[in-house]
Design a protein around this ligand. Structure first.
Ligand code: DAK
Length: 296
């Protein structure tokens, strides 16, 4: 029996209504179950009618979900857990109403030295988020600052609540972004806007973030997670294998020249013809029925 299956069985499940009161009111139309596990700063749930969307909620409210080492390690462990669970097709990463995450934990890193950063390979594992095989939707409310914004940008899609605020404020504490802020933000919103954010540390609103392409949609704050779950369910209705291939192709656009990217896309497109799910998708269309994917 796989590790993920064993952990699934071991996790006790209670209804979504048992979530702590500081969380938003439970969406009534979806079935949620709460998974306990060995996490101090996270909550794990599965959501959606088929319970095929995993939700990872950052839960370190006293410091606005500041990303200490332990919290990052727990996020990485939770993502690995959902990635290895074949019943999960998409993951939602979220925080609280006040903060998605207010950045790396300044208290924890204040005494770091250049040498200690190098020796400990400071926060090197963060990239695991960007490398997740399954799609991750960041559902952002409140502050997404510094490492918090970088964490959101490592996800595949960002949905934001209407009060969300995004910034790279490292300049104001004597450093610069270190987990992709100068690179991912610049690619996403362009040089001028990225420079302005990174050189001033100013926050931008959810509306500005949507206008500049940092987030794909904005919702009332109490609807963001619900909408992210709906999006996860829509993605989950497709073949997991084809979704993974599509994600790989889009991500390649950031890493390659146009010609190399187009070639890579063509090869991946050709490769989908080796999968039963591609055959099933086209057959279902022609037979005017819903596809039944087997992830083969
Ligand atoms: N770290 C530690 N504690 C934090 C924190 C943070 N980033 N942000 C907030 N807190 C704590 C506050 O200290 C306060 O704690 P107490 O004083 O109550 O003990 C509590 O959270 C509530 O915060 P405030 O009292 O300040 O709340 P306000 O509503 O007044 O203000 C705020 C909210 C978010 C505007 C403010 O807290 C703020 O400016 N926070 C700092 C934001 C910031 O500068 N973030 C960037 C950090 S640098 C890397 C990966 C990542 C990074 C670097 C390297 N590698 C892979 C190499 C990332 C770097 C960063 O993110």
């Amino acid at each position: 029996m796989s590790v993920s299956r064993v952990s699934q069985i071991l996790f006790s499940r209670v209804s979504y209504a048992a979530r702590k009161p500081q969380q938003f009111a439970a969406p009534v139309f979806r079935y949620y179950s709460y998974q306990t596990g060995n996490y101090e700063f996270l909550k794990l749930e599965t959501a959606g009618e088929k319970k095929n969307v995993g939700i990872v909620t950052l839960n370190r409210p006293k410091v606005l979900n500041a990303l200490c080492d332990q919290l990052m390690n727990e996020i990485i462990r939770a993502l690995k857990h959902f990635n290895s669970d074949s019943s999960i097709a998409a993951i939602v990463l979220t925080g609280s109403e006040k903060a998605f995450a207010a950045g790396a934990d300044i208290k924890e890193m204040k005494d770091n030295s250049y040498a200690s950063n190098l020796k400990l390979n400071f926060i090197a594992d963060w990239n695991v988020v960007a490398k997740s095989r399954k799609p991750i939707i960041a559902a952002v409310n409140g502050y997404a600052l510094g490492g918090g914004n970088e964490l959101a940008m490592m996800c595949d899609i960002i949905y934001a609540g209407d009060k969300a605020k995004f910034s790279q404020p490292e300049i104001a504490i004597g450093t610069i972004p270190g987990a992709g802020g100068t690179q991912r933000l610049t690619r996403v919103i362009g040089k001028s806007k990225a420079m302005e954010m990174i050189l001033t540390g100013n926050m931008i609103s959810a509306e500005e973030a949507e206008k500049s392409g940092l987030v794909s949609k904005v919702f009332p704050a109490d609807k963001v997670v619900e909408e992210a779950v709906k999006l996860g369910e829509k993605i989950a209705s497709h073949s997991q294998l084809i979704v993974a291939i599509a994600k790989e192709a889009v991500n390649a656009a950031y890493e390659t020249t146009l010609q190399q990217g187009l070639l890579f896309e063509k090869r991946l497109f050709h490769s989908t013809f080796s999968l039963a799910d591609r055959k099933e998708g086209m057959a279902a269309f022609l037979e005017k029925r819903s596809p039944r994917y087997t992830n083969q």
